[in-house]
Design a protein around this ligand. Structure first.
Ligand code: ZN
Length: 146
């Protein structure tokens, strides 16, 4: 009885090793930006730059259809709009609602400083290019007046 058990375990662990080896390859295959990097990108100036990139033929869709939240390029506007309705995109938006992890938070967890509740952000799917252009122009004008 004991012998057969150990045999089964051996083969299981062997299979597991193979899977984890492959998993490492695929884990980095579709690696995108981390959440704190995306929070930087979501600032209006950065978002404006990312959504108005120069035409680059090596990128999908010549780098003209970009999802800021997922840091992904799409081949055309239809694909981009379809992506906004997917689970992947919605999950990402939900994850971006909380404040990105920082060293300060790690210190607080270790007993340095007091607990501060994480901030919540109101994340919305990026507007159309024309709408974003308008928002950008309005805020730039206001900054000039002040
Ligand atoms: Zn997305």
């Amino acid at each position: 009885m004991a012998k057969t058990k150990s045999k089964a375990r051996k083969s299981k662990s062997h299979n597991h090793k193979k899977v984890s080896h492959l998993h490492k390859i695929y884990k980095t295959k579709r690696k995108t930006k981390d959440h704190d990097q995306i929070h930087q990108d979501l600032k209006l100036k950065n978002a404006h730059e990312l959504l108005n990139q120069a035409i680059e033929h090596d990128m999908p869709g010549a780098a003209q259809n970009y999802c800021v939240h997922c840091a992904r390029y799409f081949i055309d506007e239809i694909a981009l709009k379809e992506h906004f309705r997917t689970k992947l995109h919605k999950r990402r938006m939900k994850a971006l609602e909380t404040e990105p992890y920082t060293q300060e938070e790690a210190n607080r967890a270790a007993g340095i400083g007091c607990f501060v509740a994480p901030k919540k952000f109101d994340i919305k799917t990026q507007p159309d290019k024309q709408k974003l252009e308008k928002i950008f122009e309005e805020t730039v004008d206001k900054d000039n007046i002040i």
